[in-house]
Design a protein around this ligand. Structure first.
Ligand code: BTN
Length: 285
């Protein structure tokens, strides 16, 4: 935290950066005043064979994208809109869902270190505080999914959106009750440059595990994720395509899928979709 309101600055990020790979690519990091989507720009860099670890940031996005085709509201200087380009080894992509879980854990760790706020993780990618969304992850394969034995040219874009300094006025009506931001939680300025540098470092730790820990990677990533879960042990509603069902979220399997126990005791593995958690008043958020 710092006393004054800082805005994103590549120089400041550079001086805070402690990672070795992320943010230290041979391709220069980018900070755009306005861009459609940092994930789109990172995909363009991938198609031009950019170096691994390059970071794309924007102060504002006009076409910020969320999961399931949603919009990520991205007003000027209100949040971190960040994409990292990675080139993971094929073996580590046997379970690509682990990358989303690992990124969520890394961002939550960075937020805790920099802002002193402990965020929860709602499967699969939501960073939340008391039921309100603070951030999310959009993982994409811009050159197509080539599978665990895919050849060269395999890139992964990890897009991270984190609300730092929003205002109620900047939010569409339907989001006002469902969203919050870090400075609302801390009551003081949060330095976005320190956050970016910490995200790079925490993400790099997770990436080291995913690349180097072989069979143990999955349990290490999932154990860390579970420490912050707000989903496991709760009644949930799962919506996937045209189907919806309710049950109890019991666990995460080795691929990162959510295991949900139905009323008849059977277990369903959920690989994609939207999960909402039942509150004491019976509503789902
Ligand atoms: C979600 O929770 O639905 C994921 C939101 C991801 C938003 C980030 S902001 C930076 C990057 N660029 C995008 O267009 N989306 C991701």
């Amino acid at each position: 935290m710092s006393d004054s309101f800082e805005i994103l600055s590549l120089d400041q990020i550079q001086s805070e950066l402690k990672s070795r790979l992320i943010g230290r690519s041979s391709t220069p990091n980018e900070l755009h005043d306005v861009i459609d989507s940092t994930n789109n720009r990172a995909a363009e860099l991938a198609r031009n064979d950019a170096g691994e670890g390059v970071i794309v940031l924007a102060r504002q996005q006009t076409g910020g994208r969320g999961r399931l085709g949603r919009t990520w509201v991205s007003p000027p200087d209100s949040g971190i809109y960040l994409s990292v380009l990675l080139k993971p080894p094929a073996e580590s992509l046997a379970q690509p869902g682990l990358y989303t879980l690992a990124t969520g854990t890394a961002v939550a760790g960075a937020v805790e270190n920099v802002a002193g706020v402990r965020l929860g993780l709602k499967w699969v990618n939501d960073l939340v505080f008391e039921g309100k969304k603070v951030g999310g992850i959009l993982a994409e394969f811009p050159m197509g999914w080539t599978g665990a034995n895919g050849g060269s040219g395999r890139y992964l874009v990890l897009g991270i959106g984190l609300n730092v300094r929003l205002s109620q006025e900047a939010l569409p009506e339907e989001l006002k009750e469902r969203v919050t931001w870090l400075e609302a939680l801390t009551g003081m300025p949060v330095n976005p440059n320190m956050l970016v540098a910490q995200i790079a470092l925490q993400l790099e730790h997770a990436y080291d595990i995913l690349r180097n820990d072989g069979d143990r990677a999955s349990s290490r990533i999932i154990d860390e994720w579970k420490k912050r879960t707000v989903t496991l042990g709760r009644e949930v509603q799962v919506t996937s395509g045209n189907t919806a069902f309710r049950g109890t979220a019991t666990d995460i399997d080795a691929s990162g899928a959510l295991l949900v126990r139905n009323a008849d005791g059977s277990i369903r593995a959920v690989h994609a979709g939207e999960v909402t958690v039942r509150l004491t008043d019976g509503s789902y958020v």
